[in-house]
Structure formats: structure tokens, C-alpha cells
Design a protein around this ligand. Structure first.
Ligand code: EPS
Length: 399
């Protein structure tokens, strides 16, 4: 997977009794409670364009292992989120579902597993599973907070309505202010004018019985330099981040820093100059999105996810009924009209998991107490901490 020190698994189906998660590798001594997890779970439920399921659920993760008397023990953390909607499904006779929705996992799931009904696969393929990722991400966010690292995010595009924010900023405060502004917007966009237009775009798509995608931008602030490595491809932090974010259902693209927009610039306008401010090495810009050579450079890590419009549409799409072999229109399944605002805490969770993992890798140790002094001992981007003296040397191996 995209983690080395942390391991996690989720289990559970959209309308089964519960979602289950196990997170292993968290150090001992971290203060953690269910209320902390509940905050992010509630955020995942909010956002204009959500479907009716979110009014039904009140996602709450119970901690059933790995946390005693309010602190992690170092043992695996086990989490359970009950599906309230399960009561409406248990022992219910289910109408056959044999016409796959283009873009969902229906047809690929049928081809892979050979079930007699599409629902068997889609229950697990459903983005309901992301509730558990958010709970696991909240544990990682709590760990990061102990070391002064903050994760947040916002929406920069819904359909063709974009919020123009310019290049990724180097100042953490600019990003922090965006996180705060986004939380007071029902589309999670920090720019009030763009947010109003995004809200209207979602309202229009609901009237038009269709769905809309968009772009989510997330950032990790105050990440120390030196997380990740170029020495092996699977240790590159950018690759691990991209894999983690790409694993979110409906994500079709991931960018870091300038991302694809950077391809339109020449080299001298694509990078972040290195300047001296006293002993400190500082950067006037953050086009790299906090990552150079697969390693964090101390600037905010900025990652963007392209979220496609949801596959379940009130307006039917052309498909084939696999039971009859005849052309057929898709049938509507309850779903979101625009899940992009709700995707923000999900992408944040993936970022939190990957950065927490990389921090654990860098600091080592089994407890917060062991880690803390190691954070303070990390080499900073300061000229005096780099041992270069300009002495000539001879290149050679084994002699
Ligand atoms: C989701 C719950 C699901 C879906 C949604 C995500 O609930 P239900 O199927 O009962 O409406 O609404 O999943 C999808 C949109 C999808 O296409 O899989 C949730 O908790 O986020």
C-alpha cells in the first residue's frame, strides 16, 4: 500500500450492519476519543448536493480496541460505524438489479466476481466505505496535531465554476484561512462569490436530474522537511500521496503543486527559488507543492483531486440488461447529486494517513514521548545545519 509504518483495512457494505476498520502502527500515548473522530465524520455528511442517505445516518465511530482511558496503547485501533439504514434493508426482498450503471463498479464487478446480481458487488464498491477512511484519517490527524501539523481542504471547482486561487501559496496562514472560510460554505469553497455560483450550479444540476463533479484541494501545513525519499520508487512521498488520493472513489486525477498547469510554463517559471533569510533557507513560492525529489521540503504540501460526476443519475444512461441481453436504460439508485463538497474530508483523511505514516517513518519510536524529542532534533533548512564545506573530493567506488 501507500503506507509503511501504518497499516489499515476497512470492511463493511453500504447497507450491512456496520463498517469496520483496523489501524495498526499508531504510537502509544496519543490522546484520542470518539468525539474527535465524530467531528470529521460529521463534516463528511455535510455539503450541498448530498443525497437522502446522509439525513438518515449520524455517523459515529466507536473505538473498541487500542485506546484505554483516553490514550492510545500502541495496540491496533479498531473502529466500528453502525449503518442506521441497515434496519431498512435487513431481511428485505430486493428487486433484481441487472442493468449496470456506466462509470460505477457494476459491470466491472460483475465481470470480476460473477455474481447473479449487481447489488452484491456494489454494496462494497459504494463510497459509503469512505466513512471509515475519514475515521481512520481523524486518528492520524490527531497524531499530526501533536507535532503541530494541520490538514485541511476546500473545493476549487464545481463543474465549470472555478474559484481562481492562483499558485499554491507558501504561507501556511493563507491556506489555514481558506480551510476556515470553506467550513462556513455549504459547498466548501473559501471564496464567497464562487461559492454562491457553485451552489447555483448544483441546484441547477438537481433540477436537470443529473450530477456534477469538481476539484478538491487539500494541504498539510507545518510538515517538517525530510519526509519521504527518492532512494526507492515506493518511498517517494508524492507517489504515496497520489496513490492514496487516487484510491478515493470517483477520483480520476491527482495533482501536486502546480500539477498539470505547470506544463504550460518554462523551467525558470516552474520552480521555487532558494533564498537566504539569515540562517534560514526560504522559498518565495510553492509551485512544487511542498515536495521535491519525493521528499517534503518544509513548505505546505498541496494536493488536488479531480472528482468526477457521480455515476448514479436520475436521467437514465444507456446500458444493457445483463439478465436479458437487451438494451436498457439505467434505473435510479438513491445517490448524491454532487459529492464534491463531501469529498474534502475524505481527501484530507488520505493526506493525513500518508503524512502521519511518513512522520512515523522519519521519527521512529513506539510512543509520543519517544517521538517528540526526535521532532525537535530534525535537521531544518538552515545553512548552519548542513555540513557542506566546499572541499574537493574524488569520485570512486570500493577504494
Ligand atoms: C454513501 C452512501 C451511499 C451512497 C453513496 C455514498 O448510500 P445509499 O446507496 O444508501 O444512498 O449514497 O455512494 C455513492 C454515491 C456511490 O455511488 O457509491 C455515503 O455514506 O457517503
Amino acid at each position: 500500500m501507500f503506507t509503511t509504518r501504518l497499516r489499515f483495512l476497512t470492511a463493511g457494505e453500504s447497507h450491512g450492519p456496520s463498517l469496520t476498520g483496523i489501524l495498526e502502527g499508531m504510537p502509544a500515548g496519543l490522546r484520542l476519543d470518539e468525539a474527535t473522530l465524530a467531528r470529521d465524520l460529521a463534516r463528511r455528511q455535510q455539503g450541498f448536493g448530498a443525497g437522502a442517505r446522509m439525513q438518515m445516518e449520524q455517523d459515529h465511530a466507536r473505538i473498541t480496541s487500542g485506546v484505554l482511558a483516553g490514550f492510545t496503547t500502541g495496540a491496533p485501533i479498531a473502529l466500528v460505524i453502525d449503518n442506521k439504514d441497515h434496519a431498512n434493508w435487513a431481511q428485505r426482498d430486493i428487486a433484481p438489479m441487472t442493468t449496470p450503471r456506466p462509470g460505477h463498479a457494476d459491470l466491472t464487478g460483475a465481470l470480476k466476481y460473477g455474481h447473479r446480481d449487481l447489488r452484491v458487488a456494489l454494496e462494497r464498491a459504494s463510497a459509503r466505505e469512505t466513512a471509515m477512511r475519514v475515521a481512520i484519517g481523524a486518528c492520524c490527524r490527531a497524531l499530526l496535531a501533536e507535532f503541530g501539523i494541520t490538514i485541511g481542504g476546500y473545493v476549487t471547482r464545481i463543474g465549470d465554476i472555478a474559484c481562481e486561487l492562483g499558485d499554491p501559496p507558501v504561507e501556511p496562514d493563507v491556506l489555514f484561512d481558506r480551510f476556515a472560510a470553506a467550513e462556513s460554505s455549504d459547498v466548501r469553497c473559501p471564496d464567497a462569490t464562487a461559492a454562491a455560483r457553485m451552489h447555483e450550479a448544483i441546484a441547477a444540476i438537481i433540477r436537470e436530474r443529473d450530477t456534477l463533479g469538481g476539484v478538491v484541494e487539500c494541504a498539510a501545513l507545518h510538515v517538517p522537511p525530510g519526509l519521504g525519499s527518492f532512494v526507492q520508487l515506493d518511498r517517494r512521498l508524492d507517489a504515496r500521496l497520489a496513490g492514496a488520493v487516487m484510491s478515493v472513489p470517483a477520483v480520476k486525477g491527482v495533482e501536486i503543486g502546480l500539477g498539470f498547469a505547470g506544463t504550460q510554463r518554462r523551467g525558470t517559471a516552474s520552480h521555487d527559488a532558494i533564498e537566504r533569510d539569515g540562517d534560514d533557507l526560504v522559498r518565495p513560492s510553492n509551485r512544487a507543492g511542498g515536495l521535491e525529489g519525493g521528499i517534503s521540503n518544509g513548505s505546505p504540501i498541496v494536493v488536488r483531486a479531480a472528482v468526477k460526476a457521480i455515476a448514479t443519475t436520475l436521467t437514465p444512461q444507456r446500458s444493457v440488461d445483463l439478465a436479458t441481453g437487451e438494451p436498457a436504460d439505467t434505473r435510479y439508485e438513491r445517490s448524491d447529486f454532487c459529492q464534491v463538497p463531501r469529498a474534502v474530508p475524505i481527501v484530507e483523511a488520505m493526506l493525513a494517513i500518508v503524512v502521519a505514516d511518513a512522520l512515523l517513518e522519519k521519527l521512529g519510536g513506539d510512543s509520543i514521548d519517544e517521538m517528540r524529542p526526535r521532532l525537535h532534533a530534525l535537521r531544518q533548512a538552515r545553512v548552519s545545519q548542513l555540513p557542506m564545506d566546499g572541499t574537493p573530493w574524488r569520485f570512486g567506488y570500493g577504494s
